[in-house]
Design a protein around this ligand. Structure first.
Ligand SMILES: [Zn+2]
Length: 329
């Protein structure tokens, strides 16, 4: 299994949160187990993406020191490795980890430090944030891009950038300035689009050369955008439980995963925020098999799509394909 779309702050399980809290002398003993669960994850579905985004507050509050960021990267890797993940792309927004005085560069270096201490093959993606176009916000995003450029490697480090945050009020085209700078630096990029906002956000991203889209499920009702995605060989990082919980798709019975595969869209299966969504890749797979008629062939196709779209080297992709062949035939 391969997870290309996993947020660090959304992957802080209860055990990891407790370890991070104790490292920082944060007392969480007054919470019952159930209260603690509810603090860091969602029991059911929520009314919109914003309610979902609020679940990040507590995990994020634990990720404001160099030591806790390094430890979190390491612990999330360990946790994912135990679940049989072969390759992981873990993303985070450095600007969200500066509440206690760290610079974005401190955050990036701390995450890289955590990465070196574990052996699950993992790459990091730096997220820019959607938000009001204030000078400060633009400059935070530009700083993230400059850090990505500074630390960019082909593998085992920072390999790409992403655009995350509240999509509905802040369409992708508002971030054209950032996207231009990213293109100028030739940094690989994925963009959250067609999740909580319009399918047009996917069109804009694809027309601007983006080859990977986070979610993209809202293009299902727009055949011309589905065509555009297919023609451009764009990969969708689909995250079913997260999409259900945030109501990215109005009617989950019509979740378009099978439809996309049949149309030739390069679909990949991912968790988004495994701890917040109380899921893992096995569970996502089970869900799409039981609910949406995904079969063994689809499963293998999605896995190979993940290899093709991974932000890593051709050599490592060949290694992954070989492993998949041995495991799955
Ligand atoms: Zn996401």
């Amino acid at each position: 299994m391969i997870d290309l779309h996993c947020h660090l702050d959304g992957a802080i399980t209860k055990d990891i949160a407790k370890k991070l809290a104790s490292m920082q002398d944060i007392d969480v003993s007054n919470y019952t187990d159930e209260e603690f669960d509810n603090l860091i994850s969602l029991d059911g579905d929520c009314s919109d993406l914003n309610e979902f985004l609020r679940c990040f507050e507590f995990p994020l509050s634990l990720l404001q020191t160099k030591e806790s960021i390094s430890a979190a990267v390491k612990l999330v890797q360990e946790h994912m490795k135990k679940q049989g993940i072969l390759y992981l792309e873990l993303r985070f927004a450095p600007q969200l980890h500066c509440q206690k005085g760290l610079s974005q560069e401190d955050v990036v270096l701390a995450a890289l430090d955590g990465l070196e201490k574990d052996d699950l093959h993992t790459n990091l993606i730096l997220c820019l944030m959607r938000g009001e176009r204030t000078k400060a916000q633009i400059s935070r995003n530009m700083e993230t891009i400059e850090l990505a450029e500074k630390y960019l490697v082909a593998d085992e480090g920072i390999v790409a950038v992403d655009l995350a945050g509240d999509e509905f009020p802040y369409p992708t085209e508002m971030f054209a300035e950032e996207m231009k700078k990213i293109r100028g630096f030739n940094i690989p990029m994925t963009v959250h689009a067609g999740e909580a906002g319009s399918a047009e956000n996917v069109r804009f991203a694809v027309e601007n050369g983006i080859k990977r889209i986070g979610h993209g499920v809202r293009i299902a009702d727009y055949p011309s955008i589905v065509d555009l995605v297919v023609k451009n060989g764009v990969t969708l990082e689909v995250c079913p439980t997260s999409n259900r919980q945030t109501r990215a798709v109005k009617n989950m019975d019509e979740y378009p995963i099978k439809k996309f595969l049949e149309a030739g869209v390069k679909v990949t299966l991912n968790t988004d925020d495994p701890a917040i969504c109380r899921t893992d890749l096995q569970n996502e797979l089970k869900y799409v098999k039981e609910k949406f008629g995904i079969n063994e062939d689809d499963e293998k196709r999605m896995l190979l799509n993940s290899v093709d779209a991974a932000f890593t080297t051709a050599e490592f992709k060949a290694e992954l394909r070989e492993k998949i062949k041995i495991l799955r035939g």
